[in-house]
Design a protein around this ligand. Structure first.
Ligand code: FAD
Length: 277
């Protein structure tokens, strides 16, 4: 199928893109890499009156380290990260995530901002960057706000973005020297969306952990009391103290009620804990 007809704009300034969105009263859609929106247009699951292409806005392609965080423009592609064309504060963790997204053709075009905005629970960045404690800067016609990535998705394919807002940049805090990391996803075939995924950033020296479970029917879950899976405290022996039954209980409490699904997520979680380093 072909998309329904639409007007097309490719502004060169952020303010112009925001004006176009504001003028359109919800009838416009932003396009970045087009890797999700393209198929939706072709299948007519989306039929916007106007497409605002944001890929010519230089500000959205900037990458810099600002103090203790990395700030990436929304139009940085997965391949930019995979190839090391942008700085890194995660000691290679983001590069590893990027390299395992879909296929190279998708990674060449798909963007960080587009992936987060699409809010697919099986998307890699949503879970990986929530585990890193990342946030996004969102701009609208009058207000710019910062939202934690762990709170950005409000459901499957739903986010807190309003129709006249854009994700402008993504902020990733520097990984502490003592923080151990693992990202595990399982898919039937390489390059497919995951059936289970888990991102773990665990710091035994500081007794903290951020554990995110994605590829569920809702927004990815940031486990709120992760120490409960480790007998009440997180320390250097966390791989030994990990209690799978407590993990299963936390996943059920977090809303994964189907036992078969929970089994998949628990298996992925166990693997992520055991392989963290
Ligand atoms: P687009 O398709 O251009 O836009 C997607 C949505 O986000 C649209 O609603 C658009 O309006 C909105 N949007 C885009 N940018 C912004 C912005 N800056 N501000 C506000 N709204 C915005 N992803 C994974 O994580 N893992 C995978 O394994 C994976 N496999 C894939 C396999 C295939 C075959 C394909 C086609 C895609 C796959 N993807 C996967 C998704 C891909 O990685 C893209 O990241 C994703 O499609 C969205 O990025 P995009 O830049 O293409 O966004």
């Amino acid at each position: 199928m072909k998309p329904a007809p639409f007007a097309y704009d490719r502004p060169r300034e952020l303010a112009a893109a925001l004006s176009l969105l504001a003028e359109s009263n919800g009838a416009a859609k932003v396009i970045a890499g087009g890797q999700s929106l393209g198929p939706m247009l072709n299948l007519r699951l989306a039929a916007p009156e106007r497409i605002v292409d944001i890929t010519a806005i230089p500000e959205l392609k900037q990458a810099e380290i600002d103090g203790d965080e990395l700030v990436l423009g929304a139009c940085i592609t997965h391949a930019d990260i995979e190839d090391g064309r942008v700085p890194d504060v995660t000691r290679g963790a983001m590069r590893g995530v990027a390299a395992n997204i879909a296929y190279r053709a998708v990674r060449n075009r798909g963007t960080l901002g587009g992936s987060l905005s699409h809010a697919d629970p099986a998307a890699d960045w949503l879970s990986a960057l929530a585990a890193f404690g990342g946030s996004v800067t969102v701009s609208g016609p009058t207000v710019t706000r910062k939202v934690a990535i762990a709170e950005f998705a409000t459901g499957a394919l739903q986010s807190c973005l309003r129709p006249d807002e854009l994700v402008v940049s993504i902020h990733i805090p520097k990984r502490a020297a003592s923080a151990e990391w693992c990202y595990v996803k399982t898919c039937r075939k390489t390059g497919e969306f995951a059936h289970g995924l888990c991102a773990v950033l665990i710091d035994p020296e500081h007794g903290t952990a951020r554990i995110v479970i994605g590829a569920i029917d809702a927004a990815p879950i940031l486990i709120s009391c992760p120490e409960e899976m480790f007998g009440g405290r997180i320390a250097g022996d966390y791989k030994q103290t990990f209690d799978a039954r407590a993990g299963d209980h936390l996943l059920a409490e977090a809303g994964i009620i189907n036992a078969a699904h929970r089994h998949i997520h628990l298996t992925v979680l166990k693997r992520a804990i055991q392989e963290a380093g």
